[in-house]
Design a binder for this molecule. Structure first.
Ligand SMILES: Cc1ncc(COP(=O)(O)O)c(C=O)c1O
Length: 309
């Protein structure tokens, strides 16, 4: 299916890090696939396996008009021979509203557009039951692939590394990726999470996902103790960014040739860089997880007309 061997661990050389004798590595999950990029395949892998085990013929999932998760689901289902159904937020939209929705349709995904009010119900048990009744052959996967199966898929990220890092940095939306990484963390390693949402209670959200997934409470307490939340790097909130962030991403691209997106990976890289300077950390081995957010190596910033690769 999707070959995670393409996700190499690459060493990056940045002046500030060299000065402080820090070895920086990046796990390039963005290289897994053009559409099923970054953490998308990690979160879909076991959700798809579960769908097949349940003998269901398709995956039903949720997303907004520009949801990379919808596109990844459409593409992955297309590859494995499952149907896909996307429940899209916004009943004013249609399949030609933007290129992402068009691409989902091209990949065989059926789209159902619903009002924002109805979309709000997406995690309600009664709404799930209604959808199950209406689409009995579809396995329902929550928005962003955020469930136990998604988390277990993300646990595999560290298994593909030497896992001997002192610090690991990862961006956070739903917390599924960071929770999966936390499950595979070595005792001597600290996890630094960077929520991209303003006012997000990262530890409470991680705790809820662990609890819902039946992870042992003592283990959860121990994991959360080693999790450092860098909550000041949301740049205004989800989907927001500043010229300072775009300049930083451009600088990183010039030095390393690694493309970043301004929604997730740009923010976590910025936070990491700032953390290294502010804490004056030295002699450490750090891993940054590139969770994707770009398609075909490109994130195109339309507002400012800037292209990062
Ligand atoms: C590119 C990218 N990075 C990071 C994240 C955050 O991952 P999570 O929602 O698992 O916390 C997402 C959201 O799925 C994402 O699209």
């Amino acid at each position: 299916m999707f070959d995670t061997k393409k996700s190499i661990v690459q060493e990056l050389f940045l002046p500030q890090f060299n000065k402080q004798n820090i070895q920086l590595f990046i796990k390039r999950d963005d290289l897994i696939d053009e559409f099923v990029s970054g953490n998308k395949w990690r979160k879909l892998k076991y959700n798809i396996a579960h769908t097949q085990q349940q003998k269901k013929t398709g995956v039903l999932t949720f997303g907004g008009a520009f949801s990379n998760h919808l596109l990844a689901t459409a593409s992955a289902c297309n590859v494995v021979g499952l149907h896909s159904l996307g429940i899209v937020r916004g009943d004013e939209l249609h399949q030609d509203s933007n290129n992402l929705l068009k691409k989902c349709t091209e990949l065989g995904m059926k789209l159902k557009f619903i009002s924002r009010e109805e979309y709000h119900l997406r995690n309600e048990k009664s709404y799930y039951e209604e959808l199950n009744f209406e689409f009995p052959n579809y396995q329902i996967v929550p928005e962003g692939g955020s469930n136990y199966y998604g988390m277990i898929g993300c646990q595999e990220i560290l298994q593909e590394t030497s896992n001997d890092f002192d610090h690991i940095f990862v961006a956070q939306g739903t917390t599924t990726t960071s929770a999966g990484i936390a499950l595979g963390l070595k005792e001597s390693c600290q996890l630094h999470v960077v929520p991209v949402l303003k006012g997000f209670d990262a530890l409470a959200e991680m705790n809820a996902l662990f609890k819902y997934s039946g992870i042992d409470a003592d283990m959860v307490a121990e994991i959360l103790e080693r999790t450092d939340v860098l909550s000041e790097y949301h740049f205004g909130g989800y989907g927001k960014y500043t010229p300072e962030l775009l300049d930083f991403m451009e600088m990183i691209f010039k030095i390393t040739n690694v493309p970043l997106d301004p929604i997730y990976t740009g923010k976590v890289f910025f936070a990491l860089h700032d953390w290294v300077i502010k804490t004056n950390t030295t002699n450490s081995k750090i891993l940054l997880i590139h969770t994707g957010g770009i398609q075909g190596g490109k994130f195109i910033e339309q507002k400012e007309g800037r292209i990062f690769s």
